[in-house]
Design a protein around this ligand. Structure first.
Ligand SMILES: [Mg+2]
Length: 232
């Protein structure tokens, strides 16, 4: 006999999910794909192979973190013009996201959480058009009670507060699920929400050493972890 034991605290009534690297593998698919595309431009600009250009980007990100403007760093290092940065930005903006798919357990888990009775929200940061496209491609348009996109890198706090007010929720009734220790995790913690940290992707791996052992976070590697462990 197996028994499901939910990890979610009994006081939680609503769950706010992040999108990228929480519901699908953004770092391993779209981000890597965009680095391979921009490697073509970099290889021409600094006269190296595309493999070397990819390696350079990964090295710089490993050193400076996932938020660094890698094109700007390379432009500075190699004395490249503003045109170079513009070409990189244009290439990233035309990135095809058609192949993006959810983690295998995401949709079933969301449906199960909804069936149990949780209010479900998606709050994501990024270029609005790009995030809307991702949501459509991933089939998430109707999966949540509300979807909020913010184009402000510091915008999640405002979005979280709007949800609390609009749905008459106390922070402790909300579980915040995300991979970004420096974004939604900090915001959720500051507001007094429960936290589930998704241990996935470049942001998690760059900042994970800053998590104190004493933090009362749930640590998950997939959304279905929230619904419990199979106990034989
Ligand atoms: Mg994320």
């Amino acid at each position: 006999m197996s028994k499901l034991t939910s990890l979610i605290s009994a006081r939680v009534k609503a769950i706010i999910f992040d999108l990228d690297d929480t519901l699908y593998d953004c770092s391993g698919t779209l981000v890597l794909k965009s680095k391979k595309l921009t490697a073509k431009i970099i290889s021409k600009a600094i006269k190296c192979s595309e493999a070397e250009a990819l390696k350079l980007q990964l090295e710089l990100e490993g050193r400076l973190g996932p938020k660094a403007d890698i094109a700007r760093e390379i432009a500075n290092l190699y004395n490249l013009s503003e045109e170079f940065c513009k070409e990189i930005a244009n290439t990233i903006n035309t990135l095809e996201i058609e192949g993006a798919i959810l983690f295998p357990d995401t949709m079933d888990s969301i449906n199960e959480l909804k069936r149990i009775g949780y209010k479900l929200f998606l709050v994501t940061f990024g270029n609005r058009e790009m995030q809307e496209k991702k949501i459509k491609v991933l089939g998430l348009e109707n999966a949540f009670d509300e979807i909020i996109i913010t184009e402000d890198p510091q915008g999640k706090e405002k979005c979280f507060k709007e949800i609390l007010a609009k749905y008459d929720l106390e922070p402790e009734q909300v579980l915040c699920v995300g991979d970004k220790i420096k974004d939604e995790i900090e915001v959720g913690k500051r507001l007094g929400m429960s936290i589930a940290l998704m241990k996935h992707g470049r942001h998690y791996h760059f900042y994970k050493s800053e998590i104190n052992d004493g933090e009362p976070y749930l640590h998950i590697t997939k959304v279905s972890d929230l619904l419990g462990n199979d106990e034989d």
